[in-house]
Write a protein that binds this ligand. Structure first.
Ligand code: SAM
Ligand code: SF4
Length: 476
């Protein structure tokens, strides 16, 4: 199908495919990246302005090492200027790996007879959530294969079970979802369970490649997946996450595909995606793909910096697929969320607690950052970041929080940062070993010292005192 936005009204574009491969290919092959163009585009982004696809293509085509350094420097500055020091932490939890699709890159594909198939029972799910709460997790993303057993009702039930688990002072306060596309009624059922973000990755925006790597099952249908989050919007889920699996096709095409997807949402629903994810292809059991588009570390760090500059208002999620040294670099470019203490083995969190070793035949793919949540907390604190488990906006119905962070003057200083410090204090009181506790409170004192507004500082100190005395779940 040829995409013709110029002949479709905004209303007609709802739930319509929106990727034109010729448009994207032309942008890549015909955009000039003279140094002064590149610098003009970086300067525009420093003003927190959204970049067009053409401007993003200027950054994509900048191959001179000096310009690439300037792009990364720009992303770093934008992060400092706009984002503050918070990094939100979450953990993925695999609910079931039955799958009727045959995605060539995934260990859970139907044709993989080696992988052990498991669907967590209610009791097993409770055990996993308890293990996660016992180390201090507050935000989860539940992950499912695509299978008739995992219908909307099943997903909604698992979400409700997760919210119901309370271990000690622990609780899960926000459940996000990464599962198969639903129809509108299915999305409605899942929304009613009280989810945060619904994530669906397009994997590749290049339809020809998409057909080559999706060899069976419903997922073969490129447009059903492309329009999935439109159906979520129609069902009232306006908090959605998009993503591309880097390594399947030309990374430049995927970056522009993600931007086109963002433009589509902004034009049609007046709200962009909450988050963009950029998983990079990892080794998986029975992996079977063309390796010519694998993305190098240099290309990967560069593409994340370009995304930061292109969409200053969109959250960027970085996962434990990446090794610690890549995570450390990319975090400086304005990543807003990372996972910590991750185990993607089916049933892995409870097994990890019992000290069992990991097994690739239980996993969708291999991860490269096996650090515990506490190790990640220490690493963040040592680098001056404020680890945050905050869920205040979601719980107070302040939807579009990402938008508010930027559009409401002082929102980050007044809400996000103090709330991050309070969730950090909860972690320090309930889960941290003595050394982390010492470092964490040192950071909290430092941040309090930097606050100019005495009245507000006193208010925050009072709340922190209440946390020390045992009160939980306090926020601005
Ligand atoms: N089954 C659902 C689906 O395909 O959308 C839900 C989640 S799938 C388990 C989560 C994501 O993992 C996929 O969308 C894909 O981007 C990513 N993934 C799959 N295989 C991977 C691999 N070998 N390396 C890195 N990421 C991978
Ligand atoms: Fe199934 Fe998702 Fe893996 Fe594809 S990526 S095989 S749909 S679990």
């Amino acid at each position: 199908m040829i995409f013709r936005p110029e002949i479709l009204s905004i209303k007609d574009q709802r739930m319509q495919p929106f990727i034109d491969p010729v448009e994207i290919r032309d942008l890549i092959t015909k955009t000039n990246s003279e140094p002064h163009h590149v610098r003009d585009v970086i300067a525009k982004s420093m003003d927190k302005q959204r970049l067009t696809m053409k401007e993003t293509a200027v950054l994509i085509n900048a191959n001179d090492p000096e310009l690439i350094t300037e792009i990364k420097e720009g992303a770093r500055k934008l992060k400092e200027k706009v984002y503050g020091q918070r990094i939100v932490l979450f953990a993925p939890l695999y609910i079931g790996n039955l799958c009727t699709n045959n995605c060539a890159y995934c260990g859970f594909k139907a044709d993989n007879l080696v992988v052990k198939r498991i669907t967590l029972s209610r009791e097993e799910l409770i055990k996993q959530v308890t293990s996660l709460e016992d180390v201090g997790q507050k935000r989860l993303i539940l992950v499912y294969g695509e299978h008739p057993k995992y219908d909307a009702r099943f997903i909604a039930d698992t979400v409700k079970t997760v919210y119901s688990v309370k271990s000690g002072r622990g609780e899960i306060r926000r459940v996000n979802i990464n599962a198969a596309p639903q129809d509108i009624d299915g999305f409605r059922v899942i929304k009613e369970a009280g989810i945060g973000t619904y994530q669906i990755f397009q994997e590749t925006y290049h339809e020809e490649t998409y057909r080559k790597v999706h060899l069976g099952g419903i997922k073969k249908d490129f447009n059903w997946r492309l329009t999935a989050l439109d159906r979520a919007q129609e069902a009232g889920i306006d908090d959605v996450g998009i993503g591309a699996l880097f390594g399947l096709y030309d990374w430049r095409f995927e970056v522009l595909g993600l931007l086109r997807h963002t433009n589509h949402f902004e034009a049609v629903y007046q709200v962009g995606p909450h988050t963009i994810s950029f998983p990079r292809l990892q080794y998986a059991s029975e992996l079977n793909i063309d390796k010519s588009h694998l993305v190098s570390d240099d290309e990967f760090t560069r593409l994340v910096a370009i995304l930061r500059l292109a969409v200053p208002y969109t959250g960027l999620i970085l996962t434990a697929r990446e090794p610690a040294f890549i995570r450390d670099e990319i975090m400086q470019y304005g990543v807003s969320q990372i996972d910590g203490g991750t185990n993607i083995e089916m049933g892995g969190y409870a097994r990890m607690k019992q000290g069992e070793v990991q097994d690739i035949d239980f996993e969708q793919f291999q991860i490269n950052d096996n650090r515990s949540l506490d190790e990640i907390m220490v690493e963040l604190i040592d680098h001056g970041f404020i680890p945050s488990f905050c869920t205040a906006c979601y719980r107070l119905g302040r939807t579009g929080e990402h938008f508010m962070e930027f559009s409401v003057p002082g929102f980050i200083k007044r809400y996000c940062q103090p709330n991050a410090l309070m969730t950090l204090a909860e972690y320090l009181e309930d889960y941290a070993p003595p050394e982390t506790k010492k470092k964490g409170y040192h950071l909290i004192r430092k941040k309090l010292g930097e606050m100019p507004d005495d009245k507000f500082k006193t208010l925050l100190q009072e709340k922190l005192q209440r946390i020390k005395e045992g009160q939980r779940d306090i926020y601005f």
